[in-house]
Design a protein around this ligand. Structure first.
Ligand code: UTP
Length: 276
């Protein structure tokens, strides 16, 4: 039976992470820690908090440590059991217990849209969330994904993208939307452009790494040509659905750190250190 509840979350994690070279030669960007926890675990915990239990991860070459992280290490469990250090494993044990993980590989890095299409084999024909783990979100109240699933429950025929206001000079780093206000903090999108020049950008409302997508997106992605940077862009595919009135943009409550950049990574580290 079809339900409007989102149970599946896709994590595209196949990118090269060039901004973190040389570390990302052998360590996936998604495994970089903020304090003691890798970025991807924060993302998975956010998805669990939003009621999801099926984690689908698109990986690539050199990303095996991701699979090992979300699995039991019997040797370690044996060594640490009953010692004062056991609490260090509490969070990851709970994550592993609460959900299932499946993986597929993106063989060629042809962009985020292509990575999401690669994940179709794990997602099937259900609505699903997408988390880009290098965008680390935090909120005192409901998590960003929880806020988005609540909106989706109200608009189950639409995709939802999370947006935030960015300085006008930064529009060329994001997908930028134009939309009409539907209700508080929620826009109906009529246009979206990937990384527009600041002088051409129709707004400063930037898409960040949280999406709720309807399965129709896969069909659109199959025929979406390469766009900006020669990559298949999720923004271009979403534009096709936006023209049919099927994309909403939600200005979320909370903080977002761009941990794919060194500045954002340091900022997040300081923020979580102070909070701990
Ligand atoms: P980014 O644009 O941050 O690219 O990807 P990147 O390769 O990870 O990092 P830089 O720019 O080289 O430093 C946004 C998200 O999309 C995923 C990345 O893993 C990241 O989560 N992605 C991107 C893929 O999974 N496959 C791709 O082909 C491209």
């Amino acid at each position: 039976m079809k339900t409007n509840k989102i149970k599946k979350c896709l994590f595209p994690a196949a990118g090269y992470g060039t901004r973190f070279l040389p570390t990302t030669k052998a360590i996936p960007k998604e495994m970089l820690p903020i304090l003691t926890k890798p970025l991807l675990q924060y993302g998975v915990e956010e998805a669990i908090e939003a009621g999801m239990d099926t984690m689908a991860i698109v990986t690539g070459r050199g990303k095996r440590s991701i699979e090992d992280h979300f699995d039991i290490s019997y040797e370690l469990e044996h060594q640490i059991k009953g010692t004062s250090k056991e609490h260090y494993l509490t969070e990851i044990r709970s994550v592993i217990e609460k959900c299932t993980f499946s993986y597929t590989r993106q063989v060629e890095m042809k962009g985020l849209g292509h990575a999401i299409l690669t994940g179709q084999t794990l997602i099937g024909d259900d609505p699903f969330a997408v988390v880009l783990a290098d965008d680390l979100c935090d909120n005192e109240g409901k998590s960003v994904l929880t806020q988005m699933t609540e909106i989706y429950a109200k608009y189950p025929d639409c995709c939802i993208v999370a947006i935030e206001e960015v300085p006008q000079e930064d529009t060329n780093k994001y997908g930028i939307i134009a939309g009409e206000l539907l209700e508080h903090n929620l826009y109906k999108v009529y246009d979206m452009v990937e990384k527009p020049d600041p002088k051409d950008a129709s707004s400063n409302l930037a898409i960040i790494g949280r999406y709720i997508l309807i399965p129709e997106i896969f069909k659109v992605l199959e025929t979406t040509p390469a766009g900006k940077g020669g990559e298949i862009q999720i923004t271009d595919a979403l534009l096709t659905l936006a023209k049919q009135g099927k994309v909403l943009a939600y200005k979320f409550e909370g903080k977002r750190f761009d941990c794919g950049s060194v500045d954002g990574f340091v900022e997040a580290t300081n923020y979580f250190y102070k909070k701990a």
